[in-house]
Ligand binder design. Sequence first.
Ligand SMILES: Nc1ncnc2c1ncn2[C@@H]1O[C@H](COP(=O)(O)OP(=O)(O)OP(=O)(O)O)[C@@H](O)[C@H]1O
Length: 131
Amino acid sequence: MDLKDKQLSNVQKFIKSFTYAVAGIKLVVKDEQNMRIHLVVSVVVFALAYILAIPKQEIIILLILVGIMLSLEAMNTAIERVVDLATPEYHPLAKQAKDAAAGAVLIFSFITIIVGLLIFLKPLLTIIFPS
Ligand SMILES: Nc1ncnc2c1ncn2[C@@H]1O[C@H](COP(=O)(O)OP(=O)(O)OP(=O)(O)O)[C@@H](O)[C@H]1O
C-alpha cells in the first residue's frame, strides 16, 4: 500500500465515522422529544438574538452553550440506551445512572437559562418599555 492509498483509507475511515455520527444525531432527533424541544428553543434563541442585534461575543457564548446542551442531550440518550442494554429489568444502579445523566442535562439547562436571561433581559425590556 503506497502513501496515497494509506491517505485515502484514512479519509474513508473519517467519512465512515462522520456518517455514523450523523446517523447518531438523526436517531436522537427522531427518538427524543427533549432533543426536538432543545432544537426548537435554539432556533428561537438565535432568531431573537438576530432581531435584537445581540453583539457577536454574546452570540458566540450562546453558540457554545447550545452546542454543549445538544451534545449533553445526545450523551444522555447514549447513557439511557447503554443502561437499557445492560439492565432491561429494574435495578437501583440503572436508576442512579439514568437519573444522574438526566441531572447533568438539567444542571446545564439551568445555567443556560441564567446566561440567556443575562444576555436577553435588558434588550427585551428596552424593546417592551422604550424610554
Ligand atoms: N432499568 C431501570 N431500573 C431502575 N430505574 C429505571 C430503569 N429505567 C428507567 N428507570 C427510571 O425511570 C426514569 C425514566 O427512564 P427512561 O428510560 O424512560 O428515561 P426518560 O428520562 O423517560 O427518557 P426518554 O427521553 O427516553 O423518555 C429514569 O430516570 C429512572 O429513574
